[in-house]
Design a protein around this ligand. Sequence first.
Ligand code: COA
Length: 460
Amino acid sequence: NILDYETCVKHSKEPLLVFSPLLCPVAWSGPIMQFKLSDIGEGIMEVVVKEWYVKEGDKVSQFDSICEVQSDKASVTITSRYDGVIRRLHYAADDTALVGKPLVDIETDTGPEVAQEEDVVETPAMSREEHTHQEIKGHKTQATPAVRRLALENNIKLSEVVGTGKDGRILKEDILNFLAKQTGAILPPSPFHETRESQRPKEVQPASLPASLPASLPARPQPVLSSQDVTEPLKGFHRAMMKTMTAALKIPHFGLCDEVDLSRLAALRSDLRGISEARGVKLSYMPFFIKAASLGLLHFPVLNASLDEASQNITYKAAHNIGLAMDTSQGLLVPNVKNVQLLSVFEIARELNRLQVLGSSGQLGTSDLTGGTFTLSNIGSIGGTYAKPVILPPEVAIGALGKIQILPRFDSNGELVKAHILNVSWSADHRVIDGATMCRFSNLWRQYLENPASMVLDLK
Ligand code: COA
């Protein structure tokens, strides 16, 4: 039989043998597997193909990364279960791929007995709690060549990394997490991000920052001059943002703004910065803002609640999973620091460093991006004094922080002093939170930050 490749695949659900030496230029032949995009959970029905790591005609081995797909929640790497040759990519980069539909065809060099297997999906980073580091002596580690290379480049022993992939396989995210936890350092970007980053305007790296951490102040974007309008579908995170913000618009927002004098905190931070950096963790103001919020939430649990409109129930959340709006290469994302009520300022800083490393390389996983209970948005690290933050449903409160400015103020003796002033803007769901509660919480948060030593009294 001489069959052309398209016909082979179209007319059979079973693996087929391609016999034609004319139409199949590679002399070697085997069954063709049509990999379907399997269910990646969270009710996700479609994803955007961010990047192919292979092209048609490439030879692949088991567990080699085939492509990276992006849902509205996270990035996921899809890997091969077979040794074989890529025969067809069903989508181009940036296309939307549907769960359950063919993604890639691979001509395998194995017998038909294994040809019924499904594709392998490597899930992104798991929650911090799941990453306990342990020595696995004598245990054969499973990782793709790319992941092994990444570990090698960063002097990481694979035996020390806990794999969160299928059957304990070590994923790229595991290496990133391991490195971020151990050193607070950033990895060299993956080829994909290297390409993307090289197209982005270069960012200003403050001299005092360790080279490993993401730069904070993006340079002015390149001007775009276009001769025609461009219309494109909203995809991935942007699509999720449209959905969430449309839902948020239904919430009656109560707003409250105040001014906080951070002069003492500025002095404390400069005392602690060196110590923290010596331990490999950058210490910005954010960990103090987050910890002060958590201490305040202990007194006002209604602000750390979630509202279920349909059942008209309010759930007071035990965990303070404090989200922080993050300006990432993929746009606005809101990862959260889990269980802040149990963490020291240093531990929050370390976790923040980890999230920033992942955010800057497009590696934030579902567990980092879900489960938030209260949010802070530090727009001041970009600029601006005031903001009008929008609540992230089902949360009920959010705070936006402006740029810290050195401004003249009077001290308690009536003397004119240089003060570090921060403006905070709170929004609360007025269906369940009244203005007085929001104001009392804000006062307490301000007191902790204006007299940071007082936080020590309440730290567990
Ligand atoms: N005012 C002045 N300086 C500030 C500041 C503020 N409000 N917030 C941070 N900085 C300083 C930091 O102290 C740090 O300076 P340093 O090197 O002297 O320590 C520098 O700016 C960089 O800080 P950054 O790396 O941004 O860390 P961070 O912990 O303060 O903030 C994020 C982390 C993730 C919140 C921040 O990087 C970010 O993405 N902000 C944008 C949030 C956003 O987009 N909000 C809008 C949502 S709609």
